[in-house]
Write a protein that binds this ligand. Sequence first.
Ligand SMILES: Nc1nc2c(c(=O)[nH]1)N[C@H]1C(S)=C(S)[C@@H](COP(=O)(O)OP(=O)(O)OC[C@H]3O[C@@H](n4cnc5c(=O)[nH]c(N)nc54)[C@H](O)[C@@H]3O)O[C@H]1N2
Ligand SMILES: Nc1nc2c(c(=O)[nH]1)N[C@H]1C(S)=C(S)[C@@H](COP(=O)(O)OP(=O)(O)OC[C@H]3O[C@@H](n4cnc5c(=O)[nH]c(N)nc54)[C@H](O)[C@@H]3O)O[C@H]1N2
Ligand code: SF4
Ligand SMILES: [Mo]
Length: 713
Amino acid sequence: MASTLDSTDSTDATDVTGRDVTTIAYGTCHHDCPDSCGWIATVENGVAVKLRGDPDHPFSKGELCPKVNHFIDRTYSDRRVTTPLRRVGPKGSGEFEAISWETALEEISAQLHIVIGAHGAEAVLPFSGAGNQSVLAMWFPYRLWNALGVTRLQGALCGAVAGAGVAMTNGTKLALDPEELAHSKLIIIWGSNTRLTNRHLWPTIEAARTAGARIIVIDPIRTITADEADQFIQPLPGTDIALMLAMMHVIIRDGLQDHEWVAAHTLGFEDLEEHVREWTPQRAAEICGLAEDEIVALAREYATTRPAAIRTLIGAEHREHGGMFFRTLACLPALVGAWRDRGGGLARSVGSWTDLAIDHDALSRPDLLGTREPRVLDEVRLADILTNTELNPSVHALFVWGTNPMVSVPNTELLRKGFERSDLFTVVHEQFLTDTARYADIVLPATTQLESVDVTPAWGHLNLGWNEAAIAPVGESISNAEFHRQLARALGLTEPALFEDDRAVLTAALPTIDIDRLRADHRVRVPYPEDGRPFGDGVFPTASGRVEFVSEELRALGQPALPTYEAPSEYAPEQLERFPFRLLTPKQHARFLNSSYSHLPKHQRAEHQRAEHQRAEQGAVEAGPYLEMVAADVTALNLSEGAMVKVSNDRGEVTLRVRVTERLRTGVVAIPWGWWGDSHEGGVANSLTSDRLTDWGGGVAYSDTLVAVSPAL
Ligand SMILES: Nc1nc2c(c(=O)[nH]1)N[C@H]1C(S)=C(S)[C@@H](COP(=O)(O)OP(=O)(O)OC[C@H]3O[C@@H](n4cnc5c(=O)[nH]c(N)nc54)[C@H](O)[C@@H]3O)O[C@H]1N2
Ligand SMILES: Nc1nc2c(c(=O)[nH]1)N[C@H]1C(S)=C(S)[C@@H](COP(=O)(O)OP(=O)(O)OC[C@H]3O[C@@H](n4cnc5c(=O)[nH]c(N)nc54)[C@H](O)[C@@H]3O)O[C@H]1N2
Ligand code: SF4
Ligand SMILES: [Mo]
């Protein structure tokens, strides 16, 4: 292992006298989750026996979650991929034979040489995700891909749009640290399911409530977070921008804007005033399916309570107008002068504060490209990329790590056709034989966070966490960084940067952080304004130095310069006639983290028992997703609870059981996302979802999906 940081004491089974050895190792959860909890692993004779939350962690305070409390079982699961595998059956069949690392690397490098020789480096595509969001795991691999000059991807399935949207208003993705919500008197949680997806923030919100704050949740689903709010507002999916425009209408009509702050720190107020004049509460109420009074009261309360904070995360970006959602949302705090106050403003991902501490160029070394400018494609369009015959060159070699695209990428059935191509050589580096790994030509075993050293940033708080390797790698698994070092060697490359060890890479990537100190302290807090106010001085890094209600940058992109509501193109009348239900596919599972646990029986059972309206008898639990629908829609279709239905559109068809719910509105249905296709019969949620690009930011409109529902015969 090319890591000079591997913990030696925790991997020794016995000491020199042969006695048992117990060690502990401090680590940080690697999952793509805002909480990045601190953990402590207890290791006996080289085996991890206990994993608990680090009580000294300032955000997670000693708690993990129902998923990661069982992480040791996941680590030692008999389903782990422990050796390299070579496909022996048809793609997708899951038939593999074990091979040695030497053979695997030889075959991969031979194929890479063939593909690059025949089609050029741009026929090679790396596709990675945040399955392990640590610094080395996510970014070191790109040194090799930069050196080779392969096709690169822009945008993301997650997070890119929220950041790009807010930046169009504020000139930066930086926002309020959510821990500052402790100081707020009004907290509007807008399109985030905090109690499920960001559970360690909830105590801060409860503390604010105890100190007198009111909590409002705005979501098309009555989530478990909505259940705990003081007020729940349920607009029809994708109509929030109309609601925001009407709030601005009321605030300006009633003269409730912060006149002084608006004059000093914003651009285009008069244009905005004119623009929102037609956005009466009555007009928005019709579009959003809300009561006029509800909108007026919300606007007034927001404008007259200080400090007022809006908390959002990712959910609402998954729409065609996702960029516009976040750009418009960011106008609200400016209008009411919320940034003046400690605990006021807009709280979203704080990953961009953490990013300031990371030297991404030193980490992934774009300079290794030299003068080459490789092709750039849209990440979220993977299904199209792999099937589009006009693409020149087509992708002939695909490398996947840290993600499970056959579950997480939209338009799965088209993607499947791509993965099935016989002229595509696919390598998947994974811990498990996922739906995606089943289509690989070569599967390589990956370590878990208990087995590899790294530094793990957070996007829900400001602490960057150390992760010690608690145990030796399980089987023949290796880390993402080590795999890419070994692949570079197998390819015969000699550039020294491709072989740097973990310590050298971390030292270069974190120039202001002392690695040894970080290791000893287990974490470090990244810099954030001491008075808690990110824009306390009212200066914003836009072209005008102000919050831009009117954005010339957006106009130049061909987007409306002012905040604008448009219905999604998918909701065209002829489409609504064929596919009358709006489908949502959110995270609604306490036991799953994205696609990462739905194949493990313990988590499947727990998820089912937890889910609403569980009907299965003990011991006869059916694993798999279901279709949530309100009673009125179920009755109108002559269905009943538990009936099998076909959910379909032009992209795909999924067969599921109906569950009657009170969480949704008429005409809106939901399928819990995260289940694998091979864990149950009937397809995955993304077989149905739209792979349309968002307005800007390179995200995807999963939630602008229409479906038809009919009895399954
Ligand atoms: N319909 C619908 N689709 C969605 C979403 C939705 O809400 N609805 N959400 C979207 C969002 S926000 C996201 S972030 C994506 C996430 O979707 P995925 O990328 O599928 O997410 P994860 O489950 O976080 O991670 C994927 C894999 O990383 C592997 N992994 C973990 N650690 C390592 C490691 O160190 N090395 C390697 N090589 N592999 C590792 C895990 O075993 C796991 O299989 O899905 C998106 N897709
Ligand atoms: N337990 C658990 N925790 C997780 C994850 C997990 O899979 N399981 N995944 C992690 C990841 S990768 C991410 S990105 C975060 C996501 O964290 P969140 O953004 O909090 O979660 P989502 O479920 O994607 O979306 C949040 C809410 O947005 C709502 N929403 C969808 N469309 C709209 C809209 O048009 N308007 C409004 N107002 N709301 C809308 C959905 O109904 C949903 O309730 O969670 C992370 N945490
Ligand atoms: S998945 Fe999230 S909540 Fe659970 S331990 Fe990891 S960081 Fe914490
Ligand atoms: Mo995500």
